[in-house]
Write a protein of this length. Sequence first.
Lengths: 506, 329
Amino acid sequence: MSSAEAQTKGAKEPVIRLRNISKEFPGVLAVDEVNLDILPGEVHVVAGENGAGKSTLMKLLSQVERPSGGGIEISGEEVAFHGPRYAQSLGVAMVYQEFALAPDLSVAENLYMGREPGRFGFVSRGAERVEAGTLLGRVGLPIDPDLPTGRLTVAEQQRLEIAKALAIDAKVVIMDEPTATLAEKEIQDLFGVIQDLTANDIAILYISYRLDEIFRIADRVTVMRDGRVVDTLPVSDLDEDELVHLMVGREVKNLYPKPETVIGDVLLRARDIARAGVLENCSFEVRSGEILGFAGLVGAGRTELARAVFGADPVDSGTIELEGQDLRIRNPKDAIEAGIGYLTEDRNGQGLALQLGIDQNITLANLPGRFGFINLGAERRTAARLRDELKIRTPSVRRSVQVLSGGNQQKVVVAKSLETKARVLFFDEPARGIDVGAKAEMFGLIGDLAKEGRGIVLISSYLPELLNMCDRILVMREGGVAGVVSREDFSEERVISLATGTKEAA
Amino acid sequence: MTATTEEQSRSTIRERLSGVVSQLAAAGALIVVFVFLSVASPVFLSADNLFNIGVQTSYTAVIAIGMTLVIITAGIDLSVGSVAALSGVVGVVLMTKAGIPVVPAILGGVFVGGICGLVNGLLVSVAGLNPFIATLGMLSVARGLVYIPTNARAVFGAPDSFRLLGQGVIGSIPIPIIVVAVVATIGYVVLSRTKLGRYAYAMGSNREAARLSGIPIKRYLTAVYVISGALAGFGGMIASSQVDSGQPNFGMGLELDAIAAAVIGGASLFGGQGTVVGTLIGAFLIALIRNGSVLLDVNIYYQQVIIGVVIWVAVLWDQYRRRRLTAAD
């Protein structure tokens, strides 16, 4: 605190000052008397585990939620609460993790949504297009403003969201885990844009728990835990261990516990998997006890390859063998019955039936019972056993999964796949959206599964995860396999150069 | 081990209670209206009147149970009124023109309903039509199919024994009420203990998650529409039995009553939510309001206003409750 205050008293007046701000939900004090200063032109990272109150704090700032106590000052003036539109008019812009864009409208239309230039309810399309071009240039997105937004890549849509922030003359841009869906190259581009913004005295409030990233981008870090600010420090006063310690409130020994496994025979062999425009003759094999990584930029086809093997998407050609037997996989049902599991990267969108109970989600892929009837007793016992095995923290397995934390939800997804007795498991971004403690636990679990002799495929955009956990890494580029790197040859540069197709890492 | 069992039985009770609470808006309204009518009208609380309400609601309740199943999958079945009319007429024609005995003829009517449901189901699950569109088409097709041969004129002359289904009694209890009880019990078991029921909730809650879990979506989704169609057909037979004829004009707007009953009873049009008990409460609440308006001699148009307001209040309450459940960060 003291060092942060010292800095605040220095050159610049804070653009935003949170004063003893609190937010209480029924039964939960999500934000507890938080004080925070944000200086113009700084990148201020708010770090903390899930449930620490980061997201709620951002919602208070962007006036999505009404504070239960305390206040907000912008440029030295106390501001009233009138909702998100008002916050925007004061220069507070939010770039959400899930983009708030209408895919059927054009880039320009999205850029000016709610603030269309023109009069009397008519939209001046010409003005819209010209201004859009300028703004898109500032965020390094030289595209046609008439393009339908749905055709943009994830990274481009994010850039468009940032352009929206510039369009309202934002003083502060809040970014909620902006790199969660980006690959390394795109992250570098994003950081470039952030530097341009801060050079123009725009402050960036940045939520993240990717440690490496915090050290690359932050000027100051505020760590939150249980709704309170633990400390605000210049990043130069911190190292990785200290930051984790502050976030978790205890020591976390090893984030990526690489298991000692015995690597056995080939379990799964995929040959020449192809799908027009998406996958080009991809072949790979996974052995029993082995953890194979899938690396590559976003859009390189990692998820697509996993989904193709799992039967979730159609393929044009290719063969799949499990333990030497040819498989014919037309849909996920065939794959599950053969012993292949796929844990989706999009937990809420594709992994869980949120309104159903924990027990009901766990057994969804393999309901106990006969003649169409469910054996409810067996279901509850199965769920209780897996809850204990995977340490899913819940008072009852009958609770609906939507009230669980991200880490516990992820365990439910894992439990569901285990219940199908899968021999080969694809984990697609298993650590996304879960906090540091839960992450270590998840990777510990993946290691245990490999030890049991299962074959694991680990898909991740975060290289340290792959470099630490995997025995081999398969690198994909533009829908094809660019190369396979063995553990003894592991290096970040090697993987990145394969992924980008350059000799040297960019 | 004992700790686990204990903890589970406790949570079961707690969650059952919260299940009841979720229906409190509709259940509470049902009790309030019931008590109010008992005091306001001397006739209301007679066995005759209460049975009468049950009989009048019977076919709506049967059809609403099928509708609940469809709504749980995040679908809708707009065709139930037309399908009920088609089935009712076909059933009566089978008895009169074709000389088929009553029971097989009733099953024939149900079968026709099931076929309509099958077409709906295939249009939704295989052809990928939006359920609203698929069943809107069937609403028109089935109504047309019943008008063509009958020229929109009623079909009379069913054997006397056909009246038992809609008008008969066992002991002193009307048969249609018993029929509703049986259909509701089966519906309850299907929703809570069978794969079909579980998959209906799963598909309605998250279609993609259900697919990736290996659930054969097309098959189960089609089955859901077949069941809704068959129950619509059965409802049509009950109604035909009550008026002793096949009425081509029967059931216009009936789909809205069925949807209203399900929605008042806690079913969500976004899928994943809904129960048989809730739907029954919804159906009887609507019936009580109608009956009360007649008994108290309220202008008949007011009851429509009241029912509309009840739909708003019940669903608003439901949304408010759910938001509170998930509000915590």
